[in-house]
Write a protein that binds this ligand. Sequence first.
Ligand SMILES: Cc1ncc(COP(=O)(O)O)c(C=O)c1O
Length: 446
Amino acid sequence: MSAQDTRIQDTSAQDTRIQGIAWEELAERFGTPLYVYDGDLLTATAEGLRKALHPALEIFYSLKANPNVSVFAALRAGGARAEVSSLVELRTALAAGAPPEDIIFLGPGKSEAELAACLDAGVHAVVCESFDELDDIERLAAARGRRQRVLLRVNPALAISGSRLTMGGKPRQFGIDEERVLAAGDLTARYAHADVAGVHVYMGTRILDAEVVEKNTRYILDLADRVARATGIRLDTVDIGGGLGVPYFDGERELDPVDVGDRINPLLDAFAAAHPGTRLIMESGRFLAGRAGVYVIRVRYAKESMGERFAIADGGTHHHMAAVGIGSFVKRNFPAALLSERDAGPPEPWNVTGPLCTPNDSVLKQAPLPPLRPGDLVGILNSGAYGPSASPGLFLSHGFPAEVLVSGGRAHLVRSRDEPDDLLRPQRLIAPAEPPTEFLESGRHP
Ligand SMILES: Cc1ncc(COP(=O)(O)O)c(C=O)c1O
């Protein structure tokens, strides 16, 4: 078992402490519901992935998985660079100290303000998703009298099965279809300021099979060569996507970065030898952040309904939408554990629900947990990616929870909890117009 695997065990089920700090202490200090991230594990995961993969392959963290500035800073300490998709993510990456040459910007509907910010910051590359966007980059770069490196995002003709959500091989808003790119003709002279000099492909997410990563990588590296031959562009940078997963549900197994390395490193070696100087990029969000986060909720009430046990907690799916069930009709449970320090008792099936007025607010369904009672802390594990920022936190006006990063045995608040005033402040009360008197008199309302 590698050092990294050992650390993964550290935060797993039934552990009542994180880096020596009791969960109960964190809950009391910061309140619940609460997201807690293991900063040391974030850094170790980024380092471990980098070390397992070819030295020429740079790991870019997809901030969409968890955009907290301190989460990214912990990953950066492990050597991760930044892949961003909005103005705020760009500013977050810069605030955490990422140099512009270690930032790429992608997304299918970039605004002019976003493109302008990329140009002004001097990011390594804008990943361009349509020919119209390329025209926009050309115009904005020309207005600034400079050139901006652009990677063409290609929507591959092939979808490789094994990803829980495939992006390629389908009509998609992402990227430009492979056949259109290959038929685009010479792109070298067409743009004076948009410096098209690379290829980006993202095949899908939640991949837990190293063989699928290998097939994707083989396809993408070959496609990059075909695009370069067909369009004449340089390959300054090739981004092979990623989509490495973490196990959430029963029967899913850890993806071992060493297995991934064993399979893709020879491909990268051959490509790097044939293309000296080309930057090779892998993007990763979930794999880097997923295992390092725990959603901590406190049971408010425990009761039975028609033969099933319910623990109603202070946090729910408005902070953890993924727990509802990602793309599946059958509810499957994230790994979970009782975090309170007490004699637990034998597991029995529990439904853990949140405070929302919808039956969909089901965090765990018939999950094997010790007998729960009010005041207990329950942790939803492997929850560091696509948590609050990918959840409807404003539903029922609860707002977003506090977020804490534990690093070197010390806990730091890295996002404060939304307070009622935070939610009410942006709203404006408009006095309703007076109804016309004839309606009032007649009793009819408009
Ligand atoms: C283009 C692109 N890159 C990176 C990511 C991050 O994926 P993951 O969190 O699976 O690593 C996504 C997620 O949807 C994506 O669409």
